[in-house]
Design a binder for this molecule. Structure first.
Ligand code: NAD
Ligand code: DAU
Length: 336
């Protein structure tokens, strides 16, 4: 079995590559990643010499390159994690989101069709469903109503995946998961940013009133869900993945401060994100009943493990937050 994992140097992709390399010694796992600002080969240092793992640097939107790679490697499975993933960046620079998340997906679908892969799996997001009010959950039947350039580009990718199944009979699955957290999470996102700022006694910027709700899922539980969908998911189906851990942003921030023994006076309420979705909550019944998925982390055990990981891996995040990251951070929070 030969698997292509795109975006395997990012947060979720690197956790997934590690999970698969260890669990399936007889599979060949090829990680294709452009290594953008969000990609980091340090995430895979511990497995880089494993005999069932190979890394290739390249762009999923580069058709010639992708066609050549697929022709040569004849992958059985393709799993697309590669994406521009940060909502705030999509507000200041939407174009690259369309290029990678829409065009990149289409290039991969064409190449997968040409070599007749056994399955193409698209890793998507609950953000394609838009926002919820105080009640209700996103199911696989919820209409797509994306609100940010990021989620619109992910929805565009999803619609192409669906169309390649309907039109060309390509065997596909789409997974839509809620907010992941855990080791190797890039510190532009809420949880790692707040842990690192708290450790450095810097302000913790909370958008708006801090009462927006996300449904948190530990990245290892997400990896297990993708493994199940890859092997057992019915062709053409969408599967939601969610942790059943709804928390307001300010609750998350206060939990982190309490665990690190830092004062709540570090919290700074700042200008809201434009188009900020109020609440996400996933109904994962289809995944649990059809494929038998069950998360192993509660939010309490997961956040404790995650904070400990950041405490133990200071060099990893210090290398990231020096240099280019500083410029992003200054421009992002300057007018807030
Ligand atoms: P990430 O930003 O940490 O990693 C993205 C990876 O893709 C990076 O390694 C980057 O170098 C690579 N990449 C970007 N553009 C590329 C291109 N053109 N060609 C090849 N590689 C490219 O993202 P993540 O948080 O790990 O998310 C992975 C996937 O999961 C994305 O598709 C995202 O939309 C989806 N998702 C993420 C979350 C979350 O909470 N993080 C939740 C739901 C869905
Ligand atoms: O729901 C899945 C999505 O989760 C994924 O598709 C995205 O790729 C991923 O980035 C994530 O999107 P969010 O916008 O929910 O994540 P983020 O970490 O950027 O923000 C989480 C919440 O915290 C959101 O309500 C905005 C808020 N926030 C974020 C940052 C970075 C703050 O209040 N302050 C901050 O500094």
């Amino acid at each position: 079995m030969k698997l292509l994992v795109t975006g395997g140097a990012g947060f979720i992709g690197s956790n997934f590559v590690r999970y698969m390399v260890k669990k399936y010694p007889n599979y060949q796992i090829v990680n294709l990643d452009l290594v953008t600002y969000a990609g980091n080969l340090e995430n895979l240092k511990d497995i880089e010499n494993e005999p069932n793992y190979t890394f290739v640097q390249g762009n999923i939107a580069d058709r010639e390159f992708i066609d050549r790679l697929f022709e040569k490697e004849q992958f059985d499975y393709v799993l697309n994690f590669a994406a521009e993933s940060h909502v705030d960046r999509s507000i200041t620079n939407p174009e690259i989101f369309v290029e990678t998340n829409v065009i990149g997906t289409q290039v991969l679908l064409d190449a997968s069709k040409k070599i007749a892969v056994k399955k193409y799996l698209q890793v998507s997001t609950d953000e394609v469903y838009g926002t919820l009010g105080e009640t209700g959950y996103f199911t696989e039947e919820t209409p797509l109503a994306p609100n940010s350039p990021y989620s619109a580009s992910k929805a565009g990718g999803d619609l192409l995946v669906r169309a390649y199944h309907e039109t060309f009979d390509l065997p596909v699955n789409i997974t839509r998961c809620s907010n992941n957290y855990g080791p190797f999470h890039f510190p532009e996102k809420l949880i790692p940013l707040m842990i690192i700022n708290a450790l450095n006694d810097k302000e913790l910027p909370v958008y708006g009133d801090g009462l927006n709700i996300r449904d948190w899922l530990h990245v290892e539980d997400h990896c297990q869900a993708i493994d199940l969908v890859l092997h057992k998911g019915r062709n053409g189906e969408v599967y939601n993945v969610g942790g059943n851990n709804e928390r307001t942003n300010v609750e998350i921030v206060k939990t982190i401060l309490a665990q690190l023994g830092k004062p709540e006076s570090l919290i700074k309420y700042v200008k809201d994100r434009p188009g900020h979705d109020r609440r996400y909550a996933i109904d994962a019944t289809k995944l649990t009943t059809e494929l038998g998925w069950a998360p192993k982390y509660t939010f309490d055990t997961g956040i404790e493990q995650t904070i400990q990981w950041y405490l133990n891996n200071q060099e990893w995040w210090e290398n990231i937050i020096s240099g280019e990251y500083q410029d992003y951070f200054k421009s992002q929070y300057a007018d807030r």
